[in-house]
Design a binder for this molecule. Structure first.
Ligand code: IMP
Length: 189
């Protein structure tokens, strides 16, 4: 079964391929000839994920799924949420996003936060959504060098290490995206 994953992020594609196994031919945007940036103007993770998936289906005619992830911080009323990628403005920068987050969290005692991933799937003309969450807290400073995005300042609940200190396998087993991908894989299989 051939399905496009609406991303060019090779780490995400590798993760999904590992979860789905050899019966699924997962292809990137580049592989279907899509080089333009996908529209992402919704106010929710789900809206953005479906916007991207529908764009690919409408313009390239292939079954596909798209993901969108956000970090929700309780003390910031759920921010940066759907704006996590461009929290500190354009061009997007993980470094500046983390600096702004730590600045806004200075003096905050409630450090609870969660990552949330929504995967939108369009298959045989029908639409499905899969969600994964990882609860945790925002640290006072960066720890660890692995991962990407906000990983160095996010410590998952029940762990002594940040996401940036875990191996890819350890992170995938408990992460928001890992859980959403597992739900997608269980459905497709
Ligand atoms: P996207 O939806 O995957 O493009 O991610 C949106 C924002 O969340 C970007 O700033 C990413 O760096 C961040 N992000 C997504 N997934 C993760 C993760 O697993 N760890 C840390 N940050 C992430």
């Amino acid at each position: 079964m051939k399905i496009c994953f609406a991303t060019n992020n090779t780490k995400k594609i590798a993760e999904v391929k590992a979860a789905l196994g050899p019966d699924f031919d997962i292809v990137s945007l580049e592989a279907i000839g899509c080089r333009e940036e996908l529209p992402e103007t919704g106010n929710t993770l789900e809206a953005n994920a479906f916007q991207k998936a529908r764009y690919v289906k409408d313009h390239y005619g292939v079954d596909c799924f798209a993901d969108d992830t956000g970090l929700e911080v309780d003390a910031l009323a759920g921010a940066p949420g759907v704006y996590s990628g461009r929290f500190a403005g354009e061009p997007r920068s993980d470094e500046r996003n983390i600096s702004l987050l730590l600045e806004k969290m200075k003096g905050q005692t409630n450090r609870a936060a969660r990552f949330k991933t929504v995967i939108a799937l369009i298959l045989d003309g029908k639409e499905y959504a899969f969600v994964g969450e990882a609860q945790g807290e925002i640290l006072q400073e960066r720890i660890g060098t692995g991962g990407f995005g906000y990983d160095p300042v996010f410590r998952p609940r029940g762990f002594e290490k940040t996401f940036a200190e875990l191996s890819m396998e350890e992170k995938n087993a408990i992460s928001h995206r890992g859980k959403a991908v597992k739900a997608l894989a269980d459905f497709l299989k």
